[in-house]
Design a protein around this ligand. Structure first.
Ligand SMILES: CC(C)(COP(=O)(O)OP(=O)(O)OC[C@H]1O[C@@H](n2cnc3c(N)ncnc32)[C@H](O)[C@@H]1OP(=O)(O)O)[C@@H](O)C(=O)NCCC(=O)NCCS
Length: 272
C-alpha cells in the first residue's frame, strides 16, 4: 500500500473503500485519479456551488496542500486504487469547537452506493473523538437530495433554512443548514458497514472482509457497546444481536475458505 489507510470498509455495491490523507493521494503515480476533471462534470456540480468559475486545479491544489489547522482533507479510494472523492472538515474552530463538513464524490458511477455515508461518518468520528469538536455543520441546496439523505442517515438535524441563499442553474434555491452535535451522534449507520454475502467473492475478498469485521468487532463494536450501555441502553441489545450476527457471518466465510480448493496464501496482501 503506498498510502496510509485512515479507515476502511466494504460495501456490496462499491467494494472495499479506503479513506487516506489527500496529500498522499494527490499526484501519487500509483493511484488512478481524475480529480482535475471532477468539477467539470455536470452530475458532480449541478447541486452545489462547485464549477461556477472555471476550475483551476493547480491553484486550488497548491493552497489545499498547504498545512492548515483549520482544515483536514481525506481522499476516498476504491479498488484500483482509484481516487473517487474527498471529504473534509473545514473552518475548524477550536474556540467554539465546531467545523464544517464538505464532501464530493467526483465519480458519478459511485453515487448511491453508501460511499458518502461512510466517509462523512468516519471524518465526523475523527472530529468528535480526536479534535474534541462539539458541533459539525454544513449547508446544502434544497435540491441536493443525496446530501440531505446522507446527513439524515447520520443523525444530523436540519437546523434552519436560508431562503433563496444559493443561485443555482439560473434560479435561487433555499439552503438547508444541518448540524450534528456530539451528543446526538447516531450510532445506527454502523449497521450498514457490515455484511458478508460471500457467494460472488474471491477467497482474497473473503479474507479481507473477515479481517475487516474482526478488526471492527474488536475496536468499534466494543466502543459502541460501551456508548450504548452508557447513553442509549435500549440500543445495546440490538448491538449485541449484531455482534452475534457478524460472528456468524465470519464463521460462514471462514468455513467457506476452509473448504476452498485454492489455498490463498499471498506473500503480502495490500487490500487492493
Ligand atoms: C451528495 C453526494 C455526496 C452523495 O453521495 P453518495 O455516496 O451517493 O451517498 P450515499 O450513497 O451514501 O447515499 C445515502 C442515501 O442517499 C441516497 N441518494 C444518494 N444520491 C441521491 C440522489 N441524487 N437522489 C436521491 N437519493 C440519493 C442513496 O441512495 C442512499 O439512500 P439509502 O441509504 O436509502 O440507500 C454525492 O452525490 C456527491 O458528491 N455529489 C456531488 C457533490 C455534492 O453535491 N456535494 C455536497 C455539497 S453540499
Amino acid at each position: 500500500m503506498n498510502y496510509n489507510v485512515l479507515a476502511t470498509t466494504y460495501s456490496e455495491k462499491a467494494g472495499t473503500i479506503h479513506l487516506a490523507p489527500f496529500c498522499e493521494v494527490y499526484d501519487n503515480k500509483n493511484i488512478n485519479s481524475d480529480y482535475k476533471f471532477w468539477f467539470n462534470r455536470p452530475e458532480v456540480v449541478s447541486k452545489n456551488s462547485h464549477g461556477l468559475f472555471p476550475y483551476s486545479p493547480d491553484t486550488d491544489i497548491k493552497e489545499t496542500l498547504q498545512y492548515d489547522e483549520s482544515r483536514i482533507i481525506w481522499s476516498i479510494l476504491v479498488k484500483g486504487p482509484k481516487h473517487i472523492g474527498n471529504v473534509s472538515l473545514q473552518r475548524i474552530d477550536l474556540i467554539n469547537r465546531s467545523a464544517e463538513i464538505a464532501i464530493v464524490i467526483g465519480e458519478p458511477d459511485y453515487y448511491g452506493k453508501g460511499v458518502a455515508t461512510f466517509a462523512v461518518k468516519e471524518i465526523c468520528e475523527h472530529g468528535f473523538k480526536k479534535l474534541g469538536l462539539n458541533r459539525i455543520w454544513s449547508g446544502t441546496a434544497a435540491t441536493n437530495i443525496g446530501m440531505q439523505k446522507v446527513f439524515e442517515k447520520l443523525g444530523f438535524k436540519k437546523e434552519g433554512i436560508f431562503k433563496e441563499a444559493m443561485f443555482l442553474n439560473g434560479e435561487f434555491v433555499d439552503v438547508y443548514e444541518y448540524g450534528l452535535l456530539k451528543e446526538q451522534k447516531n450510532i445506527d449507520p454502523f449497521e450498514k458497514v457490515f455484511g458478508i454475502s460471500s457467494e460472488k467473492q474471491s477467497d482474497q475478498e473473503l479474507i479481507n472482509k473477515i479481517e475487516e469485521i474482526r478488526g471492527k468487532n474488536n475496536k468499534r463494536w466494543m466502543d459502541l457497546v460501551r456508548l450504548a450501555f452508557d447513553s442509549v441502553p435500549e440500543k445495546a441489545k440490538d448491538i449485541m444481536k449484531k455482534i452475534v450476527d457478524c460472528d456468524k457471518q465470519i464463521q460462514e466465510a471462514s468455513s467457506k475458505l476452509a473448504n476452498s480448493d485454492k489455498i490463498p496464501m499471498p506473500k503480502s496482501y495490500t487490500g487492493n
